[in-house]
Ligand binder design. Sequence first.
Ligand code: S3P
Length: 172
Amino acid sequence: MRIFLIGFMGSGKTTLGSKLSKLMGYRFVDTDNYIEEKYNTTISDLFGNKGELEFREIERKAINELIKEEKIIISTGGGTPCFFDNMEKLNNNGITVYLKVDIKTIIQRVAISKKDRPLIAQKSNIELEDYIKDLLNKREKYYSKSNLTVEGISLRAEDLLLAIEGYKMYNN
Ligand code: S3P
């Protein structure tokens, strides 16, 4: 089984995915970390040196590589499901889980970790709010194609596991 965690920046995909992987004994991979290690760079430098389009190509390649693995939990980047046919690919190759978090929390969380996120690194806090509202609005249609949507804000890995097991039971 493969599990893909989907959601906006700051929705807790990496933290929750890592905890879930320990519960399940699965490998955990964060696509951004995977890309950074593979290309020996940072996401910010990739954006800066190659541009977003090339980053999206690299991201797509990473997904194509990672879906070959079994027993893996993959935390995707906030934009991953919204480019090419990535969302269909994720849905066809595992269980997709959208960690839905309210916009206020997202804004608070990303405001304090802006610098590592090239899409927002240069935005003032006022610009950030409008930018995130608009982007989340556009992305919601991709995220909502996930097999499961869970309220991400204070979700425990144990509860997420139960939700996934329930989904599997009724959809196998
Ligand atoms: C992005 C989200 C980031 C990273 C890149 C672009 C996005 O990942 O992939 O900065 O387009 O929303 P996180 O969602 O893990 O922050």
